[in-house]
Design a protein around this ligand. Structure first.
Ligand SMILES: Nc1nc2c(ncn2[C@@H]2O[C@H](COP(=O)(O)OP(=O)(O)OP(=O)(O)O)[C@@H](O)[C@H]2O)c(=O)[nH]1
Ligand SMILES: [Mg+2]
Length: 432
């Protein structure tokens, strides 16, 4: 029987309440001599006495199995004093209730079938989300399993059975696996996997955010665009070239896209020692970001050759934007912050990172590294399976079909592999 565990479910800061959550099999009996638990799911105030302390706390009792972890769970709502909470946790220790590891409550919920691994990962993202899009994306992943997973199992399971039968009884009973029929039966599933892969590629950018550097010659309008995308007046803007020196960074959401924006010093040869340092700092930013927006004022003949040379090593992640389009006509991706015309920039970003999908079209998609690499592996194995041609020993399709099945189980956490669980729960906060 696992030991009972406890942890603060709220941060240990002075405030109205601090909630200490406790979970364990048979916890009710363990606590009963010390505190009279209220009836299930009904809040009641009790006076808790220990080591000379007396605390009037609100208590909630969720008996197994209808609780977060599936075990008995008791919540103590204490006065919001961190010292009091620590003394209380020490007392629980004396009652053989140990402090939980990060994510241990959720891990127990998973092991007791209360939570899927995908749900647990979504929970972590709900807590970590910093923009509206990220929050909505995480919430969409926190409910039931995405329907394509159970659907895939329905399609695969008869073929697993047929392949096993062909392996076990093929020779004696003359059972063969009809690869042609299997291919046509699995074609829709393969297409679905590809759709999910595309949605997942977009969803991962929404989850992790896009790191974008604004670069260009002095006065190109970098800081003006930075402020416009951030929706606040963060960077100093003047008509004096060389205004920005330090790298400015902001997290924001624009057009439904979670962004980390970097404003940088205008790139030019300069004798000003401070500006020189600013220009030198741009290099590290170029390395670190996912995308470089090279701003070239529309009234310029073309991009500055020196800057083009500097950006050449990053060719794949550079987009040239003709800014200040209100001042001159021309071709290309043109925007004007002055007139608020940023539509082409929005299109370009969504095309590049979301393959043209709207953020809401990615709701419920796989998004974490773990989920995406399993989805990639599913597709690899599916493609391999659908390329098999007769004559082919039934052992081959049988093992690939089994492989597909176990990948789906890994995805949902049904296989309970400790390494996967550790990988997921190590990033949780205490008390979750
Ligand atoms: N007409 C027009 N002016 C703009 C536009 N965007 C920026 N400006 C003006 O261009 C000037 C320079 O803008 P900044 O944003 O400071 O340029 P920067 O690229 O950050 O310049 P440095 O920090 O010196 O490298 C300011 O006077 C802005 O008001 C635009 O879309 N249209
Ligand atoms: Mg600037």
């Amino acid at each position: 029987m696992p030991e009972a565990i406890c942890a603060p479910a709220t941060p240990l800061f002075p405030g109205a309440v601090i909630i200490i959550r406790v979970s364990g099999e048979g916890l009710a009996e363990q606590l009963q001599p010390w505190v009279a638990l209220p009836p299930p799911r009904q809040a009641a105030v009790r006076t808790l006495l220990w080591d000379g302390y007396q605390e009037r706390a609100l208590i909630l009792f969720f008996p197994s199995p209808i609780s977060y972890t599936g075990e008995d769970v008791v919540e103590f709502h204490l006065h919001g004093n961190p010292l009091l909470a620590r003394r209380f946790l020490e007392h629980l220790g004396k009652l053989n209730i140990r402090l939980a590891e990060p994510g241990e409550f959720t891990k127990r919920a998973l092991l007791n079938g209360k939570q899927s691994l995908l749900g647990a990962e979504a929970l972590k993202d709900i807590i970590g989300a910093t923009t509206d899009t990220q929050l909505r994306q995480a919430q969409a992943r926190s409910g039931a399993l995405p329907e394509w997973i159970p659907e895939a199992k329905v399609v695969l399971s008869p073929w697993i059975a047929r392949a096993e039968a062909a392996v076990d009884y093929g020779e004696d009973e003359d059972i063969t696996l009809d690869l042609v029929r299997m291919r046509s039966d699995l074609a829709a599933l393969r297409a679905r996997f590809h759709v999910e892969q595309r949605r997942a590629a977009a969803a991962h950018w929404l989850r992790d955010g896009l790191r974008i550097a604004l670069v260009g010659r002095p006065n190109a309008g970098k800081s003006t665009l930075f402020n416009a995308l951030a929706g606040e007046d963060r960077a100093i803007v003047t008509e004096i070239p060389g205004t920005t020196r330090d790298v400015l960074e902001i997290r924001t959401e624009w057009a439904g896209l979670p962004l980390f924006l970097f404003d940088t010093a205008g790139l030019r040869d300069t004798n000003d020692p401070v500006e020189k340092l600013g220009v030198a700092r741009v290099g590290a930013v170029l390395e670190a970001v996912d995308l470089i927006l090279h701003l070239v004022p529309a009234q310029d003949e073309g991009p500055d050759p020196g800057i083009l040379e500097r950006l050449a090593p990053f060719g794949g992640k550079v987009i040239t934007v003709r800014n200040q389009a209100d001042l001159a006509d021309g071709e290309g991706l043109r925007i004007s912050v002055l007139t608020g015309d940023l539509a082409k920039l929005e299109d370009a970003l969504k095309q590049r990172f979301l393959e043209g999908l709207a953020p809401d079209a990615c709701l419920g998609a796989m998004a974490t590294e773990r989920q995406r690499s399993l989805l990639d592996e599913l597709i690899l194995q599916m493609e391999w399976l659908l390329r098999l041609e007769d004559p082919c020993p039934p052992e081959l399709p049988a093992s690939v079909l089994q492989g597909l099945w176990s990948l789906l189980q890994k995805l949902t956490g049904e296989d309970r592999a400790e390494t996967t669980l550790d990988q997921v729960f190590s990033g949780f906060c205490l008390g979750k």
